[in-house]
Ligand binder design. Structure first.
Ligand code: MG
Ligand code: MG
Length: 278
């Protein structure tokens, strides 16, 4: 069963999404050489408190922080630590969420620490982010869930291959329904798997988190001994981007993007729904 939201509930998810956007802005400014990933978590805690929002990460399955900080070969679920000091040349994905009046937001981005990154890393992040937007653009009436997976995968496969051989679309993790909980049905694959079928029809009131994870090598991952940190099995670096999106009667609204996704979805000829909080 996929949870269908009322417009009033989507407005609350928009409020949560804007807190997530604020955390992204604040942590992006703080992700500089010399900062620790614990520093970034402190920044996120402060933003949550300023907005009167609760963290949906802190305590989730025992997770000890308000954000995931996943550096270089870490794909997702990295735990902030005062022992992890960011270095010039690192790439780090920061994933976080917020709860407002019981309704959830969830989004992630990849940041470049310092400058002078190899072109293949810049391209890796661009391809991952753009594949997310291709998936978000597929969130429309008439489509089914598989159309999102197909859009993400086909965007990545259309790009020139990296010097390392091929992009690895991470298979062990994916997007999800979101609303009264952070992780809900349906699971959103970042590739098409025929035996899963086409999935449910996309209808107004559905909200999904769409989150491709892409490596410069393998699609496979391992979990480290802390039971959280997910790394690529071949040590290649990876990128992760995520937004939460609502489908409404007036079109899609990217809940965790400041502009509701207006600018990027316009590139696909899509008009976003009016922002209920504007
Ligand atoms: Mg997330
Ligand atoms: Mg998520």
């Amino acid at each position: 069963m996929v949870e269908i939201k009322t417009p009033e509930q989507i407005a609350k998810m928009r409020a949560a999404g804007l807190v997530v956007a604020a955390i992204h802005e604040a942590t992006r400014a703080a992700a500089v050489p010399g900062a620790t990933t614990k520093d970034l978590d402190d920044v996120a805690r402060k933003v949550l408190a300023e907005h009167g929002a609760k963290s949906n990460f802190l305590g989730y399955g025992g997770f000890p922080a308000t954000i995931c900080t996943s550096r270089n070969e870490v794909v997702v679920h990295g735990i902030p630590s005062e022992d992890v000091v960011l270095e010039d040349g690192d790439i780090i994905s920061i994933d976080c969420g917020a709860i407002i009046e019981g309704w959830h937001g969830d989004a992630a981005y990849t940041a470049f620490v310092g400058s002078g990154h190899a072109p293949e890393l810049v391209e890796l992040s661009r391809v991952t982010e753009e594949s997310m937007w291709a998936g978000l653009a597929a969130m429309k009436q008439g489509n089914r869930l598989v159309d999102i997976s197909k859009a993400v995968e086909s965007y990545i496969r259309r790009q020139p291959r990296p010097a390392t051989g091929k992009y690895g679309i991470i298979e062990d993790y994916g997007g999800h329904g979101i609303g009264s909980q952070m992780h809900m049905d349906p699971h959103v694959l970042n590739y098409v798997e025929r035996r899963r079928g086409r999935g449910p029809k996309l209808v107004p009131g559905m909200c999904l988190a769409i989150e491709p994870m892409v490596s410069l090598g393998t699609p496979r991952t391992n979990v480290l001994e802390d039971d959280w940190t997910v790394v690529t099995t071949d040590g290649t670096w990876s990128s992760h981007w995520e937004h939460s999106i609502a489908l409404t009667e007036q079109g899609p609204l990217v809940l965790t993007a400041r502009d509701g996704g207006k600018a990027k979805l316009a590139e696909y000829g899509i008009t976003t729904a009016p922002d209920p909080l504007a």
